[in-house]
Design a protein around this ligand. Structure first.
Ligand code: GDP
Length: 466
């Protein structure tokens, strides 16, 4: 069933908005034209001074009108349209947090004039009623799904409209250029053509630069949203599993003196300065006759291929061998950090040795046993994931999802075509054609021109009750 069915959008909907299971409270939400009538039928305010008026919490009991039985003591609130989350009449019932009660109350509401809300339908209605744009609606979902405080902060900014605020001035500049070109087409003989073309072309170049910057930041935004994968690699027994446990903050991987203990790739989510990480511990890389270990090594290589960042661990108590140097040099330099582990023991390899033979590669001395150097290692990982050119104020225009990035890219491509048409002296209509398409792409980002199937795809990923 599509949630973008105009007939369904006029119906009253209800859903349990709190997560399944027991809790102190549970919340049931209602939205639509029959909200007040339903609340009045099942809710009895306690005492004269407790009346169900808009935007005021009211204490009372829920009663099954058929049997007259009291179901629960609750707090109910009614929000008269248009001053509600969705812009329509809405109600919320806070009941004691038992799943049995939640089911009973919902059932009571659904026996009346309401139907069960589809996933994301409350937010879809808020979007369709102009309470928020599409980027903000997506931010609601991201905020609910956030696993780290940093993810929540970025989603919170997007919910406040940071993406739309970044896009709006760019769109206005494009519209300015369009207006100018349209006038040129109309009153061609009155315009000093070459001068205005240079001026317009410079304006387009400016907007193109801003779009390119947004595209660049997407890599970081996407990492923050999805989590970056950090693969720990190295030869057997160098301390990969010990570092994995240290970075994770718990003893997840088995640590032994026996080489080849880790056979499969272990994956665990971790949080580094608010950045979500997927930590992967891999089998030590060496040639082996053991079938299972061989498979483990193959999987290590496959994990390396997909890594956002690689942490290569070396054992400082061993001599630096040519074979290991070759292995490090074969890894992608930009995504690599080397940890020189076991600093608590007398070293045979120091950073002076690695500096001489690995060039400008980041090498961090650490001890997984004592924790020495771990803070520096965490900072080195963070600095690799967050580009040095990134400043905190850029968080405001951070694009985190692929749909938004594709809109920006499409806008950028169209803009470049418009620019090329202008610079090669083609008639204004060519530039205008591409400029209108660029504006349309930016509009799609915020949902000003959205087709139904896009809405269906987005809101289907929400939870019910939001
Ligand atoms: P992996 O095979 O690379 O995953 O290595 P492990 O984490 O299993 O560690 C191999 C051995 O080295 C174990 O006996 C660990 O206790 C030991 N080890 C790991 N890190 C350190 C360290 O920083 N200092 C010392 N002294 N021993 C370590």
């Amino acid at each position: 069933m599509s949630c973008f069915d105009p007939g369904q959008l006029t119906e009253t909907i209800a859903a349990v908005s709190t997560p399944p299971g027991r809790g102190a409270l549970g919340i049931i939400r209602l939205c639509g034209p029959d909200t007040l009538a339903i609340l009045q039928r099942i809710f009895r305010p306690a005492g004269q001074r407790n009346q169900l008026t808009t935007h005021r919490m009211c204490f009372g009991v829920l009663v099954d009108p058929a049997s007259g039985q009291t179901i629960d003591q609750v707090m109910a609130v009614y929000f008269a349209a248009p001053h509600s989350y969705t812009g329509e009449d809405m109600g919320e019932i806070s009941h004691h947090g038992s799943p049995v009660l939640a089911a009973e109350i919902l059932d009571l509401i659904l026996q009346d004039r309401a139907r069960l809300a589809l996933p994301g339908e409350f937010t879809l209605r808020a979007f369709l009623n102009g309470k928020m744009d599409l980027a903000q609606a997506e931010a609601v979902r991201d905020l609910i799904d956030a696993r780290t405080s940093y993810q929540a902060r970025i989603a919170g900014k997007q919910l406040e409209g940071s993406v739309s605020r970044t896009i709006r001035p760019l769109k206005e500049r494009l519209i300015g250029v369009i207006t100018h070109l349209e006038t040129t087409v109309e009153f061609a003989e009155d315009m000093p053509e070459t001068e205005s073309r240079a001026h317009l072309s410079a304006a387009l170049a400016d907007v193109a630069r801003s779009l390119a910057a947004l595209e660049d930041n997407f890599r970081l935004g996407h990492l923050l949203r999805q989590g970056a994968s950090l693969v720990i690699t190295g030869r057997p027994n160098v301390g990969k599993s010990s570092l994995f446990n240290r970075l994770l903050g718990e003893d997840r991987a088995i640590v032994t003196e026996i080489s080849g203990t880790t056979r499969d790739v272990l994956r665990e989510p971790a949080n580094l300065f608010g950045i979500p990480l997927i930590l992967m511990d891999t089998a030590g890389i060496r040639t082996s006759d053991d079938m299972v270990e061989k498979l483990g090594v193959e999987r290590s290589y496959s994990a390396l291929g997909q890594a956002d960042l690689i942490l290569h661990v070396m054992d400082a108590t061993r001599h630096l061998e040519a074979e290991e140097l070759d292995l490090i040099r074969s890894l992608p330099h930009d995504n690599l950090i080397v940890a020189l582990n076991k600093q608590d023991l007398p070293p045979r390899t120091t950073t002076a040795d690695t500096d001489g033979r690995l060039g400008d590669q980041t090498v961090v001395p650490v001890s997984a046993l004592t924790g020495e150097g771990l803070d520096t290692l965490r900072e080195a990982i963070r600095d690799r994931l967050i580009p040095p050119t990134f400043r905190p104020e850029m968080e405001n225009g951070l694009i985190t999802n692929l749909r938004q990035q594709q809109c920006i890219r499409q806008g950028h491509v169209q803009l470049q075509r418009a620019q090329a048409a202008m610079e090669t002296g083609m008639s204004e209509e060519y530039s205008l054609y591409h400029l209108y398409r660029a504006v349309r792409s930016l509009d799609e980002l915020t949902g000003q021109t959205t087709v139904e199937d896009i809405l269906d795809r987005i809101f289907a990923t929400f939870c019910i009750g939001k």
